[in-house]
Design a protein around this ligand. Sequence first.
Ligand SMILES: [Fe+2]
Ligand SMILES: [Fe+2]
Length: 212
Amino acid sequence: MSDMCPRSLGACIPRVAGVRAVPPGSSVSAMPQDTTIDIGRPVSGDAVDLILDDHRRFEDLLRQLRSSESDRPAVLAAFAALHVAHAEAEETHVYPQLKKRRAVDADEADHGEHEHAEGNEALLEVMECASDDTQKWADAVENLSALVNHHLVEEELTILNPARDELGPRVLAELGEKFAAERNRQIDADCGRIENVRRIVAQAEREGLIDD
Ligand SMILES: [Fe+2]
Ligand SMILES: [Fe+2]
């Protein structure tokens, strides 16, 4: 891999979709490209169900990333796109709605955003590894797995349970549509490319969500 990828692993991983990443609210002209790994493309559904579906995808992709039999660059590309898109969609639509309806308080939502930032920082460490067969890479994947798994557990316990308790089916369906639209828009915009992950991590550092 090193002859094909002199700068970093993440810089040469296959693209999952699109050609550019854009902030929430702006339009996207790029069309999605084919990927060998299916990360789903829901357009509607109960928001909590859609989020849980992605959480299972995260767990599966992390398992594949750890396996030496996987196409690790392809798995990493899929994981990066899904992680960025899912977190952006939660922060843009789900957390604000849950705060507005007092299903979660500001501290819980802020904590979720902090954990997204930690996950993105750990993801970037993996993407910046020069090779996927070194101890440095294994350590970075172990750290990424630990942080993401911790976040999934905590989010399911402290955010998704109250969402189920406090929001009715109609609101959860409306929220699911918005979550899916933003998630898919991010993926179409190639949100998992390394330049965009670097941008997001740098922004999180500026906002004090993680240490620089
Ligand atoms: Fe989530
Ligand atoms: Fe989350």
